[in-house]
Design a protein around this ligand. Structure first.
Ligand code: SF4
Length: 260
């Protein structure tokens, strides 16, 4: 269930201060971004430009609305009984790391209220502030979009170096993560790179799950509405064979592979 931001009084604010998060939207009873039932906060702004992005309306760092962090905490507390033992709050995006300091405060507040935290990130940053946020994140959902840096650059506009460093940092802390991989025909379905991706992470002890997310076209109209050129408008979703092949390759390297 998505909420329009107009129903949040604080969204009317047009100031940017440490107590307000810039968000695109909120989802309650989310079941796709982390374990259990979750409130999902979609942060506004992203520096990647993934060709397949299905939420191009989250990219503009000046878009979205400013919402008071304490208002989000209150909403999460109201939903706490639905979260059960495994659910909680996920911050996705856009790219949450752009607001890492504010999110550190948000996650600390959620922990004070006994609420589990997940961060869904492309791993663009691995500096001290980002690491402090990772340390306060119960479960990291890390999108590793391609193992080959050149193709990663072509696909997202930026290097995968930082993302791989974030994975290594998380591994060094011993805290859990799920790795996510969007399967895009012609871009991320090459068997040799799926193998390389699997080999890179196979010895990681903190990887609890690998999720394969098949490319889809559900957000394609957003590109049109935003008047942005959409390079993958003619790309079709992966076939059953392609999904099965990716699943088989990753299953050689990881015990828990989920095809979404
Ligand atoms: S990282 Fe996510 S939000 Fe950013 S461009 Fe890629 S798919 Fe879109």
């Amino acid at each position: 269930m998505y909420f329009q931001l107009q129903d949040i009084e604080a969204a009317k604010l047009n100031i940017d201060d440490p107590d307000h998060l810039r968000i695109h939207s909120l989802e309650t009873f989310g079941t796709h971004d982390g374990p259990g039932i979750r409130m999902v906060v979609f942060a506004q702004g992203c520096q990647f430009r993934c060709l397949y992005c299905q939420n191009p309306d989250t990219l503009d760092v000046k878009g979205g609305s400013l919402v008071e962090i304490e208002e989000l905490v209150k909403r999460a507390v109201r939903q706490k009984s639905y979260f059960g033992k495994t659910g909680g709050v996920t911050v996705s995006g856009g790219e949450p790391l752009l607001q890492r300091n504010k999110l550190l405060h948000f996650f600390k507040r959620l922990h004070e209220e006994g609420i589990n935290t997940c961060l869904d990130t492309n791993g663009r940053l691995n500096n001290h502030q980002a690491q402090e946020l990772f340390d306060n994140t119960d479960l990291l959902l890390l999108d590793v979009k391609h193992i080959n840096d050149k193709i990663h650059h072509e696909l997202t506009g930026l290097t995968n170096k930082n993302t791989l460093e974030v994975a290594a940092y998380r591994e060094s802390t011993g805290k859990p993560m799920w790795l996510r991989y969007v399967l895009v025909p012609g871009w991320t379905d090459q068997p040799e790179y799926l193998e390389e991706w699997g080999q890179h992470f196979t010895n990681y002890k903190t990887v609890e799950r690998v999720e394969i997310i098949p490319f889809h076209q559900l957000g394609s109209q957003k590109w049109e509405l935003l008047n942005m050129p959409y390079a993958l408008k003619d790309t079709v979703p992966p076939t059953a064979e392609s999904k099965a092949e990716a699943f088989a390759v990753f299953s050689k390297y990881f015990k828990n592979v989920i095809l979404k």
